[in-house]
Design a protein around this ligand. Structure first.
Ligand code: ADP
Ligand code: MG
Ligand code: MG
Length: 539
């Protein structure tokens, strides 16, 4: 019997079963959890940064508790809270639903005789609300009216919130969030892939049941190959970004042998695999447009933080279980604040922009070039300047990139797609889509006409293709090569300090989202909840 095949089958079965949701064991473990007591939170209370945006908007549990506070504590605050909610609904509606949502807002909040009239909140709002017409509605809603509401909330409501039981609860969650993370926090499942410094495997948080991917970086290998500062940079960038279209970091911790990055689990495989290994070569246009819309939004998120990705290619675009995609592997990303540029050669052959090859200083322009190459590849299953599996020296690919015109086969590319890609493949930076003006937004291009971006960003547009739930879109475990053993590396104090610096535990926004998504937030907030006293530990 093929033992390797059997091992793989066993590994896959356990991995698929773990994804199936809450079982009895998990329920038992969850019942044994409890939040830290309020009196344990005094230090946290003293050090927590009293910033409205950070406390009430960006952190998911903070946002939820602030909203509960508004709705439950003071009738005066209720209208503002309801307005914010209906604002979101309106933003995400389309067609007739959007008209309805607008009428609703005008009638409920902007009419002086309405119970929820917002005018008493702030003087300048009264006239604005009363004067609101269909025509300037959109502009006001996204601008002055929203600003005025937020300005109001940052005053008295925010101050009162900080003295409320809701805020006490928030501090308990912040205290809980600080728990030390070790390997014991997770169950480990099969290896999903291999990186330069270690493998990536699937893991599950024992307490919540949440599945993640864990990128393990071998400490010895890092030291031997001088990869430590690169690894730290990747971690620091990952922890800063928070986008539906980027792989986000949830935990960073260490074991005796490894540094570990715990990120969104992407079970649907990478786009390179789907282009070349599933069905006919290349992807259907509906998928090309959908993935490009998501990737473009992800790139813009990075660029808005002055981060250049530098490794845009289908292989780095991973699909989740629903068929939505995220950019992964931020190992080449750099931060270039302000007008800062680099001219270091970085990227993958075939996707590198002319300015990189000519060793000229560059910024975000290189990502738009590489996106052009990636769209081309999704459509044609080859690169603009290289056939799939063509045996050709790097220098020749570079020469073609710098000198040749890109060819578009007529049977493969429709006119609109050809025009769109060629805007990204402009050799001069100043002519390239995304670079022609400061902060040019490629999402405005008519090629994206069918995509409603606010809805896409809210995860409301159904993916054109959904991975099969019982298929593991990863190489067989036996086909992922093991690492050779490393001898003769010893760690000094500086190494130990670096390991500590890397291992910061739970990342607040992602961790709080996990608590909400897994239902633990609700479970632990239940005032009638009884903890089981079985003394169950996380063994
Ligand atoms: P490296 O930077 O060392 O190349 P990667 O981040 O590219 O490491 O990860 C190595 C491999 O692990 C990837 O090619 C992919 O197959 C798999 N992988 C990485 N991140 C994830 C993830 N979030 N979900 C699922 N698989 C992943
Ligand atoms: Mg990689
Ligand atoms: Mg990398």
């Amino acid at each position: 019997y093929d033992m390797g095949g059997l091992d793989n089958l066993v590994a896959n079965t356990a991995y698929l079963k773990a994804q199936c949701g809450v079982d009895k064991e998990l329920k038992k473990r969850r019942r044994s959890l409890s939040l830290p007591k309020p009196e344990e939170c005094t230090v946290t209370r003293a050090v927590v940064e009293k910033d409205f945006e950070l406390l009430c908007e960006r952190q998911p549990i903070g946002k939820l508790l602030f909203r509960q506070f508004l709705l439950e504590s003071n009738p005066e605050f209720v209208a503002a809270a309801e307005f914010l909610e209906e604002h979101v609904d309106w933003d995400l509606e389309e067609g007739a639903g959007k008209d309805m949502a607008r009428m609703n807002i005008i009638n409920k909040f902007c009419k002086a005789d309405s119970k929820s009239f917002l005018f008493h909140l702030r003087d300048e709002m009264a006239d604005m609300c009363k004067a609101m017409t269909d025509k300037d509605f959109e502009e006001l809603m996204k601008g002055k009216v929203k600003d005025a509401i937020l300005g109001y909330l940052k005053g008295k409501p925010f101050t009162e919130y900080q003295n409320s039981p809701h805020f006490d609860k928030f501090l308990q969650w912040k205290e809980f969030e600080k728990q030390k993370i070790t390997g014991k926090y997770f169950y480990e499942f099969r290896t999903l892939g291999k990186g330069g410094f270690g493998e990536v495997c699937a893991v599950q948080v024992k307490n919540s049941g949440q599945m993640y991917a864990c990128k393990k970086l071998c400490k010895k290998r890092l030291k031997q190959k001088d990869g430590s500062s690169m690894a730290l940079l990747e971690k620091e960038i990952l922890e800063k970004v928070n986008s539906r279209f980027l792989v986000n970091l949830s935990y960073a911790y260490e074991t005796k042998t490894h540094l570990c990055l715990v990120m969104n689990l992407m079970t649907g495989g990478d786009l390179r695999y789907h282009i070349y290994n599933v069905g006919e070569k290349g992807l259907e246009m509906s998928r090309v447009i959908y993935y490009t819309a998501q990737v473009t939004t992800g790139l813009l998120h990075l660029h808005a933080m002055d981060i250049v990705y530098r490794d845009m290619k289908p292989e780095n675009v991973l699909l989740d279980g629903f068929g939505q995609c995220r950019l992964s592997d931020l190992g080449l990303a750099v931060e270039l604040p302000g007008e800062k540029t680099v001219n270091q050669k970085a990227g993958t052959s075939g996707y590198m922009a002319p300015e990189i090859l000519k060793k000229e200083p560059y910024q975000t322009s290189v990502d738009w070039w590489a996106l052009g190459c990636s769209i081309y590849e999704m459509v044609a299953a080859r690169l603009p300047f290289k056939d799939h599996k063509e045996k050709v020296p790097k220098e020749e690919v570079e020469r073609r990139t710098l000198e040749d015109d890109c060819k578009y086969e007529r049977e493969t590319f429709d006119e609109g797609t050809k025009a769109f890609i060629s805007l990204f493949l402009k050799k001069k930076i100043g002519e390239r889509l995304g670079c022609r003006t400061k902060n040019e937004d490629p999402r405005r291009h008519k090629w994206f006409m069918g995509i409603n971006f606010p809805r896409l960003e809210a995860g409301l547009i159904e993916p054109p293709w959904v991975p099969k739930p019982n298929v593991v879109y990863a190489k067989d475990t036996g086909d992922i090569r093991d690492f050779s053993e490393i001898k003769g590396v010893v760690f000094d104090q500086e190494d130990e300090m670096f390991f500590k610096k890397f291992s910061t535990g739970a990342v607040p926004i992602a961790w709080q989202q996990e608590m909400i998504d897994s239902g633990l937030f609700e479970e632990l907030s239940d005032p009638n909840r009884k903890e089981s006293s079985s003394g169950l530990t996380d063994k």
